[in-house]
Ligand binder design. Structure first.
Ligand code: FMN
Length: 437
């Protein structure tokens, strides 16, 4: 027998805009940057906006700490966040299991952003221990209370969910969030168990099913705003995913981290589906790693005073941006690894390192042709894979070597032939698991 649960349904304050109105006012953004702990900080958001991203999320902020600790607030959401010319539209994301802490935190940031998101997707142990993120998926009463209080407080609010193994339950869950007052819904098409080594593919069928069947709160004619999350590797995937799921927008995490050029094309003019088309716009959509590294570093320096990036996050970005390059140019990777004084400008000039990378690429240009080609061997009807020179940013195909429990598992295409990369990934398994959200 179905367990009776008490659900909160928000009363909409008078004059409050609907999700669709907010979406239209924000210019109908289609290409969004995911919330990313340690990675969607101000500097990276600015870089992404320069490269065609239309809306960004902050990293997840912990409402318990944010509501109480001024230092935490200062460190994670400074005065420049949301006020920099290139930092809007912006969604601030909180994790929480406590209404008072959540509302207090929202009040601190509501004038510096366009919407506030509740994190219902974090699958990490830290979320398990703190009882938030995807570990609230069993507590619909609490979720509906958190969302409805945000809504009733007059905030423009969204939530980002994961899916259940059952499609119907996933829809019911999404509907509960919307009825509680979520004006937008981000759907990450993976189960809570799909993380680390068994991340696998997101299931777009679930996202499509939720999007096609969900009813907007109060059941008006308006369509619920739904954002699809997962499986974005190449620019052409954006249209493919939007056409398939019929969602309003896509958001990407790892796709952008490894290649900030993912969104950087003109949908009317540029051909992003063929190797030839991509080759014509390769500087935009697969930027050279030395150039993007310089651009990112310049932004980091420009916002350093008000919103300093942590060394950990800076290094993690560089490792991701340069992943294919570092896998071949091991000496430069080894040189970058121990660099810990990057932000102490007088002691270490990071521009000297950038110059070394640039020089190395120039030397390699004779040897490795600068063309994008279509990789027929790895293709199937739905997904196209491309060969991109190692000195250009490109998607990262994860190495997965295990299946656990009942997690749905679709083998993702991986570059296992790249033995060096494979071994490197395995060696860094520990680090990777820690990095994986
Ligand atoms: C480094 C990293 C940090 C993440 N941090 C967050 C976060 O703060 N909040 C959140 O909701 N999801 C977070 N995620 C999950 C992403 O937002 C996204 O849902 C997930 O990576 C799947 O999308 P992708 O396949 O485009 O990467 C994180 C993912 C990564 C890789």
């Amino acid at each position: 027998m179905k367990e009776e649960i008490e659900l909160h349904v928000a009363k909409t304050p008078e004059g409050k805009k609907t999700g669709r109105q907010i979406y239209n006012e924000l210019g109908c953004p289609k290409k969004m940057l995911c919330p990313l702990v340690d990675h969607s900080e101000l500097a990276f958001r600015i870089l992404m906006k320069k490269y065609g991203c239309e809306l960004s999320y902050t990293p997840m902020l912990n409402a318990k700490l944010f509501s109480k600790d001024a230092k935490y607030r200062q460190r994670h959401f400074g005065p420049l966040d949301g006020t920099h010319a290139l930092d809007r539209p912006l969604i601030v994301q909180f994790c929480s299991n406590n209404v008072d802490e959540l509302i207090k935190s929202c009040d601190y940031v509501k004038d510096q952003c366009d919407m506030i998101d509740l994190n219902l997707g974090c699958p990490q142990n830290i979320a398990k221990n703190g009882n938030y993120g995807s570990f609230l998926m069993e507590n619909w009463t609490l979720i509906s209370e958190l969302i409805s209080k945000m809504h009733e407080h007059g905030l423009n609010n969204t939530c980002k969910i994961r899916i259940f193994p059952e499609m119907d339950k996933s829809l019911e869950y999404a509907q509960m969030c919307v009825d509680a007052g979520a004006e937008w819904l981000g759907v990450h098409g993976r189960l809570r168990e799909q993380r680390g080594q068994i991340t696998g593919l997101a299931d777009l069928d679930y996202i499509k099913f939720i999007n096609e069947n969900i009813k907007v709160k109060n059941n008006t004619d308006e369509k619920q705003v739904v954002i699809s999350n997962g499986n974005l590797l190449y620019p052409g995937d954006i249209k493919r995913i939007l056409d398939y799921t019929k969602c309003d927008a896509v958001m990407s995490g790892e796709g952008c981290l490894y290649n900030p050029g993912l969104y950087n094309f003109d949908k009317e003019k540029d051909d992003v589906n063929t190797a030839e088309g991509l080759d014509n716009i390769k500087d935009k959509v697969f930027p050279r790693v030395d150039k993007i590294m310089k651009e990112y570093f310049d932004i980091v320096l420009s916002v350093k005073k008000e919103s300093p990036a942590s060394l950990k996050s800076f290094k993690s970005h560089i490792f991701k941006l340069l992943r294919p390059f570092f896998e071949r140019e091991i000496d430069l990777r080894n040189e970058f690894g121990p660099l810990n004084k990057i932000f102490e400008e007088d002691k270490y000039d990071f521009n000297a390192f950038i110059k070394k990378v640039e020089k190395r690429i120039e030397e390699r240009l004779d040897e490795f042709e600068d063309v994008i080609t279509f990789n027929e061997k790895d293709s199937n009807d739905e997904v196209k894979y491309f060969n991109v020179p190692f000195y250009r940013c490109q998607p990262y195909f994860r190495v997965i070597d295990g299946v656990k429990n009942n997690a749905r598992y679709d083998i993702m295409k991986r570059d296992l032939e790249d033995k060096e990369g494979f071994l490197h990934s395995l060696k860094n398994k520990k680090q990777k698991i820690k990095d994986d959200y």
